[in-house]
Design a protein around this ligand. Structure first.
Ligand code: AHR
Length: 512
């Protein structure tokens, strides 16, 4: 396959919204317990925060982390997770059929977020709760002091040796997936829209500097997709800053070619939501701009597997603390898909300004850990880590003329999927390339117009390891089986970059 790409310094999309490289920690399975938090683990500090996991988190580079759910939040009382640990109630979590000890809560998460160097994105419960609890939580988290809730924060901080000063949480999700019948407190779009609007108003009366995310569709396949966004935004347009999107992808019936092209689906999904937002804006004669928070996305094998960690089997096994739930192991193919989904998000960075890969540790996560044991990176860690580190400055508008690869779901699609950023300050160009063809390598030429790129600073590729196959995954005892290797065939000649990509691969190049 051949691909010709043109990048011109005068054609840009937007500045890279750094919150695009977000992640998600839910009280689900072992994401919190024996994931980020495990008192007594040899690598845990006095607060129980696993330093081995934190090291990998910092290396991966998420900028913002959504917490505490997810489906979990729709049945959660945030007050259960604050105050002296011995006084916290043990509860049933109906969403994941789990016993929640509440040993970890908001203060602990704020402590963790400082160590992880991430912004907190806090979700409120609009499943079983409403306006009053929402405004109380904002007062608890952000008000300086001298009121009931803010003084309780100071007292609880003192009692638990955690932060007493305001947490200063800017980003808030108005509930989670309330369009889904599986959600505790599922609502119609009108019911949710009104509740979100009134909660938003009350929260902003406590702190008008916060940014709010209204719940969008749980997936593009939802029967209410489109009308849900339209109705919810018709109620909330003036009060919110973002509407959420969620999407999980997997390989169906061995059709890897279509799976590798799911970025096409993500592009169309995003374009549909942008159109709906702008229709509501026009009809309502609004002047504010609502953008998108794609606050759950990833590869997730939801069907076809019958392992013990599948939600229906977890429920059958009875009420347990922190059981294994959806601990997917990711292959090279999955990692290439993760890379191309990140391309789609970045290409839309003028309107998708927050995105959270779901989730961070153990639960469909790029980082895995064992209780009492090690922590390690999965194959899907690498595209995220490199893009978070290198996507800086302006998102470039690319002209891509690529050879095609056939898929059953989308017809012929570009074999080479690309995105790029250019940092005027450092003069560095970062180029991200997926070759979605499973059979053919790709010869790519990139015309660098108006950019003074003269040298290749780094060039790396993630592909099938020698002797491996597309299902190759990182394993504990050989972490680098699947990892980034040096991309050999790269050169710049007369302002044109030439690079050869192996079949089924994801590559990252940095030029200066
Ligand atoms: O991330 C796993 C689950 O997927 C979340 O709890 C929920 O919001 C979504 O359905």
């Amino acid at each position: 396959t051949q691909a010709r790409i043109t990048i011109d310094r005068d054609f840009t999309v937007a500045e890279v919204p750094r919150r695009l490289f977000g992640s998600f920690v839910e009280h689900m399975g072992r994401c919190v317990y024996s994931g980020i938090y495990e008192p007594g683990h040899p690598e845990a500090d006095a607060r129980g925060l696993r330093q081995d996991v934190l090291k990998l988190v910092r290396e991966m580079g998420p900028t913002v982390v959504r917490y505490p759910g997810g489906n979990f939040v729709s049945g959660y009382n945030w007050e259960d997770g604050v105050g002296p640990v011995e006084d916290r109630p043990v509860r049933i979590d109906g969403a994941w059929h789990t016993i929640e000890t509440n040993a970890f809560g908001l203060h602990e998460f704020v402590e963790w977020s400082k160590e992880a160097e991430v912004e907190v994105m806090e979700a409120i419960n609009l499943g079983t709760r409403g306006v009053d609890e929402a405004r109380a939580l904002v007062e608890y988290a952000n008000h300086p002091g001298g009121t009931y809730w803010s003084d309780l924060r100071r007292k609880n901080g003192a009692a638990t040796g955690t932060q007493q000063d305001p947490f200063g949480i800017k980003l808030w999700c108005l509930g989670n997936e309330l369009d889904g019948p599986w959600q505790i407190g599922h609502k119609t779009a009108d019911e949710y829209g009104r509740l979100a609007q009134e909660s938003a108003k009350a929260m902003k009366l406590v702190d008008d500097s916060i940014e709010l995310v209204a719940v969008g569709s749980s997936s593009r396949q939802m029967p209410t997709f489109g009308t849900w966004e339209h109705t919810v935004l018709s109620h909330t347009y003036e009060e919110v800053d973002y509407i959420s999107m969620h999407a999980y992808y997997q390989e169906h019936d061995g059709d890897a070619a279509s799976f590798l092209a799911e970025g096409v689906d993500m592009d169309a999904f995003i374009d549909g939501v942008i159109a709906t937002i702008d229709a509501v804006k026009a009809a309502g004669k609004h002047s504010n701009q609502v953008n998108i928070s794609f606050d759950e996305w990833n590869v997730w094998y939801q069907r076809g597997l019958d392992g013990e960690d599948q939600p229906h089997n977890v429920a059958k096994a009875g009420w347990r603390e922190a059981p294994r739930v959806i601990e997917d192991t990711y292959s090279v193919t999955d990692a290439v898909v993760v890379g191309s989904l990140l391309h789609s998000l970045l290409r839309h960075g003028d309107r998708v300004t927050i995105a959270n890969q779901a989730q961070l540790v153990n639960v469909i996560a790029p980082i895995r850990s064992e209780a009492g044991g090690p922590a390690w990176r999965q194959a899907s860690f690498w595209p995220f880590a490199r893009m978070s580190a290198l996507a800086k400055g302006q998102i470039m508008q690319l002209a891509v003329d690529s050879g095609k690869t056939p898929t059953a779901k989308f017809g012929d699609v570009d074999a080479v999927d690309a995105t790029a950023t250019w940092d005027e300050q450092t003069g560095r160009l970062a180029l991200f390339l997926a070759n979605r063809s499973m059979e053919e390598g790709a010869e790519v030429s990139v015309d660098l117009r108006g950019l003074s790129a003269s040298g290749v600073r780094s060039a790396e590729v993630l592909t099938i390891p020698e002797g491996g196959d597309r299902n190759s995954a990182n394993v504990l005892d050989a972490q680098d089986t699947v990892g980034l290797k040096t991309l050999q065939e790269v050169g710049i000649e007369d302002g044109v970059l030439h690079v050869k990509l192996p079949a089924l691969s994801w590559s990252v190049l940095e030029l200066d």
